[in-house]
Write a protein that binds this ligand. Sequence first.
Ligand code: ATP
Ligand code: MG
Length: 288
Amino acid sequence: MIKLFNRNQNSTNETGPGKVIALMNQKGGVGKTTMAYNMAHALGEMGHKVLCIDMDPQFNFSLLFGQDSDSERGNIHHLLINSVRELKALHTDTFLSEAIIKTDKGIDLIPAGQELSGFELSVASINAPRQLILKKFIEQNNLRSMYDYIVIDGPPTLGLLVVNILCACDGVLFPFIPDAFSEQGLKNIHGVLEDIEDMGIVSAPKVLGYIPNLYENRRKKTKEDFEAIKAIFNEGTIFEPFANKASFAKSMANKKSVFDYKANDYKELQGQFLTVARSVESQLGQMQ
Ligand SMILES: Nc1ncnc2c1ncn2[C@@H]1O[C@H](COP(=O)(O)OP(=O)(O)OP(=O)(O)O)[C@@H](O)[C@H]1O
Ligand SMILES: [Mg+2]
């Protein structure tokens, strides 16, 4: 059985009441970006002011917000590098106010860029704690005062970007496809959470729950794998599975959230996302 972490319930954030959550899994294609996008919109529907941060060099999250791959707009990579004094030689004239993309839904985004794939190398030589760069960036810019929720989309890797995300967030959601590969990806991320706890510098984020995705109801193997994974992660909330649905893929292809549609199929998905969002709200609401 995997050990879960109960983040110190009394831990306070000096820089504001906003909460930071991340969608993580080392395994690719499990729905991290899809869930991050729809969770941001679910929290927005609940009246929260939401900032999304794309921390994946593939910048799929940014594409959903209409960002072009060849955009010259500054991105999170530039902002993070600019936030480290020791890296003065690499600083650019990117400002947060210019990098942020605002939508008519009141959900903002700091986009990613391909440069992010060189992040680890760029910060390799600094003396300041490399794993806390994102956390400090959020603090320096008072983002927790400006937003109720900051939703981070993580890359399908285990490296410095992932450690930065886990050190910066209060809670983490794990989308997964019920199969053996995802099981391994989840175990590996739990290993990183343990490493963070062992470092003793910051508390590991609270595990907010697991989101089974691309669930094939009619496949016996899916059910078996799902039961096996449930037995391993039986301490955290396991949300109701999201089925493999064409309507879901269609909304993503149209760069829309499920809240942009009225059909019954989407109503069901809206309900599922609101359930996850309410659970996040109540779990993190206990933290001051
Ligand atoms: N429940 C679902 N039903 C149908 N299609 C889905 C569902 N969930 C996700 N998809 C589709 O699966 C693909 C992968 O999803 P997504 O990009 O969100 O995964 P990811 O974990 O972010 O991938 P990566 O690791 O590459 O960042 C996308 O094309 C998405 O539209
Ligand atoms: Mg993704």
